[in-house]
Design a protein around this ligand. Structure first.
Ligand SMILES: Cc1cc2nc3c(=O)[nH]c(=O)nc-3n(C[C@H](O)[C@H](O)[C@H](O)COP(=O)(O)O)c2cc1C
Length: 191
């Protein structure tokens, strides 16, 4: 048995991400959950940001942004950046989150986030009330202390990373659980 709900009430688990726009002198943070990898060649992230807000306009103007994956330790700060606007307040100042200069673009990354991406806007389109931005990844940062082997990004300790998961539809935050299998492998047991 299944219960149907039509297309409106969308329950969907997503990584809570903090998108930074602007420059070190005047940077803003917007919390978004609608984020995904679009393609690996060239490495590209897709972010969906409302057309009415402050951050969407900034990205269209400046053509660069950073995506910072939040962890559970900064849940309060992440939520705050999702219920306030850079139009009215300085979110870095208010949350105490720390800016770090990016290598290739003027928008800073956030030190407290364990995973950070520098992105250059390569395409944008509007679907409904949302900007769909495709950002080519120019640089990826990972916390060194969470890497088993500093030369292997695959050795990143996801438990130590402790990503903050947002459950859309239910409007709640959760943590991830333990590893239960190896992807691209475990299915072979049915071959
Ligand atoms: C958990 C969470 C997830 C959110 N996800 C998105 C999203 O994916 N896209 C979006 O446009 N807004 C999202 N928002 C809402 C924006 O963060 C919010 O409108 C914010 O105030 C806009 O800030 P700005 O005016 O400084 O750009 C989310 C908010 C929260 C709390």
């Amino acid at each position: 048995m299944k219960t149907t709900f039509g297309p409106q009430k969308i329950l969907f688990p997503m990584p809570t991400s903090l998108v930074v726009t602007g420059t070190i002198e005047k940077a803003n943070i917007v919390t978004i959950a609608w984020v995904t990898l679009l393609t690996s060649a060239p490495p590209t992230l897709g972010v969906s940001i409302g057309t009415k807000g402050y951050s969407g306009k900034k990205i269209l103007k400046n053509k660069h942004f950073t995506v910072n994956i939040a962890n559970a330790d900064i849940m309060v700060e992440a939520d705050f950046c999702g219920i306030t606007s850079g139009k009215d307040i300085d979110k870095f100042g208010k949350t105490g989150l720390t800016m770090m200069r990016s290598k290739h673009i003027p928008s800073p990354i956030i030190k407290e986030c364990p995973l950070n991406f520098e992105c250059k806007l390569v395409r944008s389109s509007i679907v409904g009330t949302t900007n769909h931005f495709a950002g080519e990844i120019l640089e990826l940062y990972m916390d060194t202390d969470k890497l088993g082997d500093v030369n292997n990004p695959g050795s990143f300790d996801v438990e130590a990373m402790n990503p903050l998961i947002y459950i859309g539809g239910a409007r709640e935050y959760r943590k991830i659980g333990e590893k239960i299998g190896d992807a691209y492998q475990i299915g072979k047991t049915l071959k």
